[in-house]
Design a protein around this ligand. Structure first.
Ligand code: NAD
Length: 289
């Protein structure tokens, strides 16, 4: 049976390394790295995320600036706040919690964030920089997946990698990261025919679908490394996009919960430290993170 990839432990190590980096930054820059998180409305899940991001930011020795706006906030008010945060020197990272209420144009808000402070990596400039091989701020969840993968597989070059899902948040940047590691990448999605025939070839499988137990045990190539990004709330609790018995076939697999989930906030802190270093001209050893 598969080795279980302990994302919780890896994330704890990453948070500790970021904490040391943040302390070094503070000594050199005379201030702590700062992360601003903006929440519009009272969506309960988003509210929980924002609270845990704030706590983790403080625990890593960074400043946390929380902005909670009412659900009926108009676009102009939100854009004006983004402008203020862009101009605020104490703010190194800006995260606008998604989804935004339907009356606000999410793309316009993301595009307004200074790409140098875009710690979610959703700005088109960062997506383009990633795709063209320039230094970029990379979306937290797929970068966390890649860190777990590189830990399991120091040599990714040449491996067959299959990604299920093509969202801007997970699937697409995941494909770019695997391509950057010289994997042979197949992107699959809701319109793919015979998805199992593709998955069957995968040495590396990343599932980011949002359907509980979507990937079946029989699809998986024996010994494959499986990264399950799915977080699905069911009557049976939190489950991933990969069937639980897939662990009987895979070589290594991330559990849900305790796999990819804990990595996202840890990478957010990493991105904030990296953004702070670049903005302030303070050396941050990114390879040691
Ligand atoms: P999304 O809904 O934006 O994208 C889902 C993708 O799955 C789409 O690109 C779609 O083409 C594909 N898809 C849907 N049905 C399919 C089918 N039948 N066959 C093949 N592909 C299909 O979702 P997302 O934001 O990319 O998130 C995916 C999952 O990852 C969700 O469960 C989400 O909760 C989870 N997630 C977890 C984290 C984390 O661990 N921190 C972060 C983000 C998302």
């Amino acid at each position: 049976t598969a080795r279980i990839i302990d994302g919780k432990a890896f994330a704890a190590g990453l948070r500790a390394r970021v904490g040391e980096g943040a302390a070094g930054f503070a000594r050199a820059a005379g201030r702590k790295p700062g992360l601003a998180v903006v929440l519009v409305g009272e969506d309960p899940a988003s509210s929980v995320y924002v609270r845990s991001k704030g706590k983790a930011t403080l625990a890593a020795g960074m400043e946390s600036f929380e902005h909670r706006l009412p659900a009926d906030t108009d676009s102009a008010t939100l854009l004006a706040l983004v402008d203020r945060l862009n101009a605020d020197d104490a703010v190194d990272g800006i995260l606008v919690q998604l989804p935004l209420p339907a009356h606000i144009d999410e793309r316009a808000v993301i595009a307004r964030i200074d790409p140098a402070k875009d710690v979610d990596g959703f700005h088109p400039v960062n997506a383009g920089r990633l795709a063209t091989g320039l230094d970029a701020l990379v979306p937290c969840t797929p970068l966390g997946c890649l860190m777990l993968l590189k830990d399991a597989h120091p040599h990714l070059a040449g491996l067959e990698a299959v990604v299920i899902g093509r969202s801007n948040i997970v699937g697409k940047p995941m494909g770019q990261l695997l391509l950057r590691e010289s994997c042979t990448v197949t992107m699959t999605h809701s319109r793919t025919r015979d998805i199992f025939a593709h998955v069957r070839q995968a040495d590396i499988l990343v599932a980011a679908v949002g359907i509980p137990g979507f990937v079946q045990k029989e699809w998986i190539k024996p010994g494959a490394t499986v990264i399950d990004v799915g977080i699905n709330r069911t009557d049976a609790g939190l489950v991933g996009d990969v069937a639980a018995d897939a662990a009987e076939v895979a070589g290594a697999i991330t559990p849900v919960p305790g796999g990819v989930g804990p990595m996202t906030i840890a990478v957010l802190l990493r991105n904030t430290l990296v953004a702070a270093g670049r903005r302030a001209g303070v050396a941050v050893d990114e390879s040691a993170l």
